[in-house]
Design a protein around this ligand. Structure first.
Ligand code: HDD
Length: 711
């Protein structure tokens, strides 16, 4: 009988027939069906879970320590928490599957998961933030973790990625420092879920290698709209080996089908308070509504003979491999199609290791990866104990045979009286590489023991400048405002001075000047003395990291504002059009309950104006109806709804008197409302539909469809 996890893994596999062998995760099933009875953990049926056993005269008296049933209940509660992840504590996971399009990657790797198109590989993916604790808000400005466990017949492969393509540091030994610097400060445990504080910017100003990463995280990429709309990057340089033993360097990429979409900073701040679980709910809502998020999996390959052909070191995790130099090759796709059955056993206990690769995938001397390969397994022992890979969510779907024994919570019973190799019984013997055993690439190494990095590791600003120059004007403005927001929270003046002087001035004098206007931090005395910007022009081809915005309305959330007297047929038609486009619509009214249409047909609203705000929706639609529009115009909350949605660049659809209400709320004189039936004028310069009655339901949904650029 499989546990929920087993069912999830099997669900992902049986989603489409698969040749991948999925062993049964034989484990007790916890069936809490209605009417099921209650027991203790040692199986005794419980008669009363509401009263502690005590000696009483019928009124009162002392509770008895002997009450093993009540004691167990308290014991279990007292010991429910395990250490949260030291970073990436806040996360949300889902099950799914991975498949390759064909065997095109065969020339680089012998890994079946990357070359066998007949396979459907079950996966578990966990998205996360980095800085905040397990209970912190989703929409903070932060990196998003994007970790995927592939349950392959050759063992588990963990691709522990982020949504940004580079990292703060080059050498893993600096990780405790950067983590300490960004986490809440030691003297007051402040701030939660934010990098806007002295320590982070002090460290970053003194650690120039972080410049490129800071550009990314302070751009709109730092505040994603949804986990479903982020890219994923392995960041580090791994290696692939083909069946001829030839090795190449590789970077891994996830590109979202929905394109990359961000929140506005004002939105992110508000949603953090209005709905701290916004991304978590968004992922679960989409999957449960059949909008299964999909990513294309791509690889960038550098052959060994070309590894020195670049002005940066290809093992430097603070650098990208621009696509115009190293093309991105799509080879497969990931679909997430099942939410977890229970959060703790699956999402909280899932554990990843960058060192967990399958034959055909290997490591490079990337100093960050080398240290990661030590850290992950080490940290799992603290969180979950040495036998953490026996927890169902972490268990491989292939046989595990070795001489590891004992340790806390050992589940495996080895029916063998030998627990060593070599042994006289030839049990659990090593497997030669040509029979599937993991083969280590015979890399030649020479040199002397010393603590240093190569010369190319010392350049820190070219790609940061390239990134800044590649931004659209509004994206540059957002970046300047973001850094200004952060530094304005640093109350030690040396922090701002150093960061503007030493870092921003070396990335871009335009950027340094703009930030110093906002928060001080004087520019270098002689700007000409600053590193001559290498004129890193904005390079469209290095946009591989700006996933093409493939706008779509599918899975988007559309609010429909209504009050008594709204035009019922319009709302019905609009909801049908939106559903047909894969979007979700929600009725928001003056009360959560019945609202009467113009034909006195009552509809039940999903929320009331106070309960949910425009920030939780991608677009707003306001139908016609004189009385309904009057009510909305007289309500400060609904007037603010429209202004806030407009300020967040959202598509606003409106018809008839509804358009009048919108025009009045936005005080935009040039919105004309025509009333002639059939004649419609769609001025979607603001994404607002001003139009006559009836004849434009189609136009309305078309504008929504077209208005998707507005998202
Ligand atoms: Fe890390 C967790 C991603 C650098 C050490 N890391 C963690 C998670 C993600 C990443 C997505 C959460 C996994 C989960 O959902 O359970 N980390 C990255 C990326 C990095 C990176 C993309 C840069 C390329 N990490 C990094 C370094 C070190 C670590 C340099 C240490 C030397 N990371 C850890 C860790 C964590 C972790 C402390 C904490 C929780 C865990 O491992 O399971 O071992």
């Amino acid at each position: 009988m499989a546990t929920a996890v087993g069912r999830a893994v099997k669900h992902a596999v049986t989603t489409i027939m698969s040749t991948a062998k999925v062993a049964d995760l034989d484990n007790e099933t916890v069936k809490l069906d209605p009417g099921s009875y209650l027991t203790t953990d040692h199986g005794i049926k419980i008669a009363d879970t509401d009263n502690w056993l005590r000696v009483t005269d019928g009124e009162r008296g002392p509770s008895l320590l002997e009450d093993q049933i009540s004691r167990e209940k308290i014991h279990r509660f007292d010991h429910e928490r395990i250490p949260e992840r030291v970073v990436h504590a806040r996360g949300t996971g889902a099950h799914g599957y991975f498949k390759v399009f064909d065997d095109r990657a065969k020339k680089y790797t012998c890994a079946g998961v990357l070359t066998d198109p007949s396979r459907i590989t079950p996966v578990f993916t966990r998205f996360s933030t980095v800085q905040g604790s397990r209970g912190s808000a989703d929409t903070v400005r932060d990196v998003r973790g994007f970790a995927t466990k592939f349950y392959t017949p050759e063992g588990n492969w963990d691709l522990v990625a982020n949504d940004l393509p580079v990292f703060f540091i080059q050498d893993a030994v600096k990780f405790p420092d950067v983590a300490h610097a960004v986490k809440p400060e030691p003297h007051n445990e402040v701030p939660q879920g934010q990098s806007a504080h002295n320590n982070f910017w002090d460290f970053s100003g003194l650690q120039p290698e972080s410049a490129h990463m800071i550009m990314w995280i302070m751009s709109d990429r730092g505040i994603p709209r949804s986990f479903r709309m982020i890219q994923g990057f392995g960041v580090n340089t791994f290696t692939l080996m083909n069946d001829k033993g030839e090795r190449s360097f590789v970077k891994f990429h996830w590109t979202p089908e929905l394109g990359v979409n961000s929140l506005m900073w004002d939105e992110a701040l508000k949603i953090g308070g209005q709905d701290p679980d916004f991304h978590r709910k968004d992922l679960n809502e989409a999957i449960e509504n059949g909008n299964h998020p999909k990513w294309t999996f791509g690889i960038q390959i550098i052959e060994e003979k070309d590894e020195d052909n670049f002005d940066f070191d290809i093992l430097d995790a603070t650098k990208v491999w621009p696509e115009e130099l190293v093309p991105l090759q799509p080879i497969g796709e990931l679909i997430l199609n099942k939410t977890v059955d229970e959060f703790f056993p699956e999402t909280e206990q899932v554990a990843f290791c960058t060192s967990h690769v399958v034959p055909g995938i290997g490591f490079s001397d990337d100093p960050l990866l080398q240290g990661r390969n030590f850290s992950y397994f080490d940290t799992q022992i603290t969180r979950l104990g040495i036998n953490w890979e026996q927890i169902p969510i972490n268990r491989p779907v292939c046989p595990v045979l070795n001489h590891h024994r004992d340790g806390q919570k050992q589940h495996r019973i080895h029916k063998s009286n030998v627990n060593y190799w070599p042994n006289r019984k030839d049990v659990a013997h090593p497997v030669p590489a040509n029979q599937g055993g993991y083969s280590d690439y015979p890399q030649k190494v020479n040199g002397t023991k010393q603590r240093l990095r190569g010369a190319k590791f010392n350049e820190h600003f070219n790609q940061a400048e390239l990134f800044f120059n590649s931004l659209a004007p509004h994206e540059k403005a957002h970046l300047i405002n973001a850094i200004s927001f952060e530094l304005s929270h640093c109350d030690d003046p040396v922090v701002t001075k150093t960061y503007v002087n030493k870092i921003l001035a070396n990335v871009s004098l335009e950027l340094a000047h703009a930030v110093s206007q906002n928060v001080g931090g004087e520019l270098p005395a002689n700007p000409s003395g600053v590193r001559q910007t290498h004129g890193q022009k904005s390079n469209p081809l290095s946009q591989v990291y700006y996933a093409p915005k493939k706008p779509t309305i599918a899975s988007r959330r559309v609010a429909i504002l209504i009050a008594d007297g709204f035009h019922g047929m319009e709302v019905q038609a609009m909801r049908g059009a939106l559903t047909g486009l894969g979007a979700m619509s929600f009725l928001i009214g003056p009360r959560r309950g019945e609202v009467q249409s113009d034909e006195n047909v009552p509809v039940k609203t999903d929320h009331h104006f106070e309960g949910q705000r425009s920030t939780l929706y991608d677009a707003v639609f306001v139908p016609s109806g004189a009385q309904h529009a009057k009510t909305l115009s007289e309500n400060g909350r609904t007037l603010h709804w429209i202004r806030e949605a407009f300020g967040h660049c959202k598509t606003i659809g409106a018809i008839g008197e509804g358009a009048g209400f919108v025009a009045n709320a936005l005080n935009l004189p040039d919105i004309k409302t025509t009333t002639t039936v059939g004649s419609d004028e769609v001025s979607n310069s603001y994404g607002v539909i001003t139009t006559g009655k009836y004849g434009v339901m189609k136009a309305a949904s078309e504008v929504f469809a077209a208005g998707q650029e507005g998202f």
